[in-house]
Design a protein around this ligand. Sequence first.
Ligand code: GLP
Length: 251
Amino acid sequence: MEVIQVDNYSAMSEKAARMIEEQICKNDRSILGLATGSTPLGLYEKLIEGHKTCGVSYKNVQSINLDEYLGLDKNHPGSYHTFMYENLFKEIDISMEHVYIPNSKPLSAGEECQRYDQVIERIGPIDLQILGIGSNGHIGFNEPGSDPNSTTHVVELAASTRKDNAHFFDSIEEVPTHAVTMGIKSILKSARILVLASGKRKAEAVKRLLNKDLSESFPASHLWNHEDVTLIVDTDAYKLVSQKGSEDLAR
Ligand code: GLP
């Protein structure tokens, strides 16, 4: 795992945006794995800026999102469909026919998971997967205890996750209890993975990740089983990591 330390959220977002743009420059038909949450918001702003001022084009890019809440209308302000459209897709030239997000109101959640796996199979492998990290170590919505061999599946969200994500809703009661997420196995099939972590709220999770707390109770630790992971972490998120420990372990 390569660890890149940066000063703050803005520097993290900038660095991540340049990595994505380099990927697109290398291959304008790249498949991006996209994430939601507060963490990638700055990254998406920088990508929009790069598109508008430098002409970076997403015309041939396809994107596969990690997850979606179950039970919300697609147009609900808290859905990840809305999140992605409002914070990225509507501002760049990506074709909406090239973006994939799990259906939030499928007739059958089980069939939706199968359909999404087929999408990943058909479109993928993902060239560059962006990941945030939950304060409890979740990736996508793979909560502590998730099966490392899982593909797309339905999850019951941890109470801490619903609390963390409540700021995207009017109240915590509105946060759905379940979601569909790409599984750990599907995530690890990506060619490259870029993990972003910013702020004190992530310091404990970053410490556990870099101290190689390898266990199913800490889903992000499965990232150690992938050979091309880059973590971009800012000073606040890095502050619980002992310098020596991280230098040794991040090799
Ligand atoms: C949600 C998403 C995750 C994301 C996490 C972190 O739970 N499903 O993919 O990594 O939020 O959220 P934030 O970036 O807001 O801290």
